[in-house]
Design a protein around this ligand. Structure first.
Ligand code: NAD
Length: 292
């Protein structure tokens, strides 16, 4: 059996189209386009590329982007002042502070200062708490994108065994809550898990988010499972995922490639979250898509 390859680029394109239509309608209702503020601190080249892509994606769908690029030597107090200013700015519906931040700044403090209503990365303790309780709020982009990929592949998690490798606040933990909310039976593995292959083989849905190149081999995959590879590892062979794709494709039922799987969904869901944040702030009901 050879797995179906889930096309993240195509699914992301359809999400962007949906967001474009939502933005048009929302702009008419608000009398202005929804706005996303991006904050880039320091000169990390990868962060600069990510932020540029996010801003370009905003423009494509009609979201207005407000960019702030304080120098890398900014103090924590000064950055907090900027966050407060953006929290209060009426035309700003979402705020994205690109991580990591320089070492003089405690990123937990900055993230916690964000207005949860504008927290389009879904990383504030309030957003995390709402998600853990199964209540509506803003959800981190990558996990939300993974749920959208599963849905696009026709996989309903309800009643299924789902196994996640990784327990970060960015991916593993929010994904646990989302899959649980979708009625899967969820197991979360991490660096201290005993017999990782045995646990992974239980998964009808297996999600690899460990940041370890080709960690998941064919012997760790239940035949016919849906395998979602979140890993983006830069190696001498180029960009590789956490799954050994060539081996896994022979065993899995469906699988995401790297690149072209989860990656494109992350930015698409940021756009979707910005629309959701604008609606939540202005108490406008969703017509398509909704905060999950
Ligand atoms: P992280 O380093 O914060 O967390 C990794 C987790 O994996 C930890 O909980 C750790 O316990 C677990 N882990 C590591 N090695 C393991 C092993 N050998 N066995 C079992 N568990 C192990 O990473 P993160 O921020 O969650 O990101 C994970 C990966 O996903 C990275 O490669 C990252 O680049 C990628 N990522 C991609 C996107 C995207 O948009 N495509 C977004 C976010 C993260």
């Amino acid at each position: 059996m050879v797995a179906t390859v889930i096309d993240g680029k195509a699914v992301a394109a359809s999400v962007r189209e949906r967001v474009r239509a939502d933005v048009e309608q929302l702009s008419a209702e608000l009398g202005r386009p929804p706005g996303l503020a991006t904050v880039l601190v320091g000169d990390d080249p990868a962060s600069a590329i990510y932020v540029r892509r996010k801003r370009e994606a905003c423009e494509e769908v009609g979201i207005r982007s407000f960019h702030h690029e304080p120098g890398g030597s900014i103090s924590q107090e000064e950055l907090l002042e900027l966050v407060v200013e953006l929290n209060e700015a009426d035309e700003v519906d979402g705020i994205l502070v690109q991580l990591p931040l320089p070492e003089q700044i405690d990123s937990d403090v900055i993230v916690a200062a964000l207005d949860p209503g504008k927290d389009v990365d879904g990383l504030t303790p309030t957003s995390a708490g709402l998600l853990a309780r199964g209540e509506p709020g803003l959800v981190p982009c990558t996990p939300r994108g993974i749920m959208e990929l599963l849905s696009s592949a026709g996989i309903d998690p309800a009643g299924r065994e789902a196994v996640i490798v990784g327990r970060s606040n960015l991916v593993g933990r929010p994904l646990f809550s989302l899959l649980l909310g979708a009625n899967a039976t969820v197991t979360v593995c991490h660096s201290r898990t005993r017999d990782l292959p045995e646990v992974c083989r239980r998964g009808e849905i297996l999600i690899a988010a460990a940041g370890s190149p080709r960690l998941v081999g064919a012997e760790m995959i239940r035949p016919g499972a849906t395998v979602i590879d979140v890993g983006t590892n830069r190696t001498d062979d180029g960009l590789v995922g956490d799954v050994d794709f060539d081996a896994a494709v022979e065993v899995a039922g469906a699988i995401t490639p790297v690149p072209g799987g989860v990656g494109p969904m992350t930015i698409a869901m940021l756009l979707s979250n910005t629309v959701d944040a604008a609606r939540l702030r202005h108490k406008i009901a969703a017509t398509s898509g909704r905060p999950t």
